[in-house]
Design a protein around this ligand. Structure first.
Ligand code: FE2
Ligand code: FE2
Length: 378
């Protein structure tokens, strides 16, 4: 099946088909040890693997799950463990149907998540709290494998929980390290261009830098070292980008840090962008109408808008200063090839007028354009 990607030995990823913001669902097959199975686990002798599904998605994903799990483990009925990172509907709305189809399966999540998930009518006897496992690890019955439960407290939910699989060195991180699809190409793995989507997601949905830093410190303490981060949205992160993106995220202002009234840059950027749009209107009314329309449409209609408008004026910015400037610049460069340079100069002049810093990527862009034009003029 095209949609199944093995991201580690026995660790598979499925994705829903949305272009801007999709769900990843992961399946891990833990091989059954055939020798020395204790009396309690004799029933596993007929199976090849204990199968865990992580964040099983929404009802929209059921057809995809049916097909993929038939291929991977012989059907939904062979799921043994359902792990949920938190209680959001994009994570948990399949819990009841899966528990019904896989009669011997059970659900693992945090106690805080359970308080809400049980509203689906899930019986208490089918649930195990991640916090109830001694030393926060769980030995997968009938196998030599174990998994660790790693709290991502307040990222973005009080009881958010991640799972670390030390054999594959994959950390399933739920919404932590998730992102919008800002990369131009369809890809399983993140590259540098995935960062703006990750930053945007965290700035809108994570409450504070402090919560993020605590979670990152826990990730850094895991042994063996994490090699792959597999989030519920966006791209799988591996290689040098694991440390690189964790370090960037560690220093990123998010949520209340951005809302903070002391964050004067963002407040002044609201004025600067309104001023910018009114200058664009004088410069070229057709460009203005198109640009305003593009900015008013959020990247996905289901996603909080990075920049909020009231009529033709910007009323609020939901992301950080540099990310907001980068967002505007990327919309301009993608959609106005001919006018882009002039629009960016107008934007830069307004930022300077309002004593706002020029982010390095903008000054580099304009310098590059200037050099190219000078070259052409020779
Ligand atoms: Fe969530
Ligand atoms: Fe999510």
């Amino acid at each position: 099946m095209q949609n199944i990607v093995e991201i580690g030995k026995g660790f598979y990823k499925l994705s829903s088909s949305e272009k801007d913001f999709h769900r990843n669902i992961y399946i891990r097959k833990f091989p059954i040890k055939k020798e020395g199975l204790g009396f309690l686990f004799q029933r596993f002798k007929k199976k090849n693997s204990i199968n865990m599904i992580m964040d099983p998605g929404t009802k929209l994903d059921l057809p995809l799950l049916e097909d993929a799990l038939k291929e991977l483990i012989g059907g939904l009925k062979n799921i043994d463990i359902i792990f949920v990172s938190h209680q959001d509907p994009d994570v948990t709305s399949n819990v009841s149907p899966l528990l019904m189809r896989a009669k011997n399966s059970f659900l693992i999540g945090s106690i805080d998540a359970w308080r809400l998930i049980k509203m689906y009518g899930v019986p208490q006897g089918r649930f195990k709290a991640a916090e109830s496992f001694v030393s926060s690890y769980f030995e997968i019955p009938g196998t030599t494998s174990k998994i660790y439960f790693v709290p991502a407290t307040y990222c973005h939910f009080r009881g958010a929980m991640m799972v670390y699989d030390p054999e594959t060195r994959i950390l399933f991180s739920g919404d932590f390290m998730a992102g919008l699809n800002t990369m131009n190409k369809q890809s399983v793995y993140a590259d540098e261009s995935a960062w703006p989507g990750i930053a945007l997601f965290h700035q809108i949905y994570m409450p504070s830098k402090k919560a993020i830093q605590r979670t990152i410190e826990l990730i850094r303490m895991l042994t063996p070292k994490v090699e792959v981060i597999a989030p519920q949205h966006g791209y799988v992160i591996k290689g040098d980008l694991v440390d690189e993106f964790l370090e960037r995220l560690y220093h990123l202002d998010v949520g209340v840090d951005i809302e903070d009234v002391n964050n004067a840059y963002t407040g002044r950027l609201v004025l600067a962008l309104s001023e910018f749009l009114s200058k664009v209107k004088v410069y070229n009314i057709i460009v203005h109408t198109k640009l305003l329309k593009l900015l008013k449409e959020s990247q996905s209609r289901e996603f909080t808008q990075p920049i909020v408008f009231m009529g033709e004026e910007v009323s609020k910015i939901n992301i950080g200063y540099e990310e907001a400037v980068e967002y505007i610049v990327s919309v301009i460069r993608r959609n106005f090839k001919k006018e882009a340079n002039e629009l960016l100069i107008i934007l830069q002049d307004i930022l300077v007028d309002l004593s706002l810093p020029i982010p390095p990527f903008l000054s580099n862009l304009l310098r590059k354009d200037l050099e190219e034009n000078a070259f052409k003029g020779e």
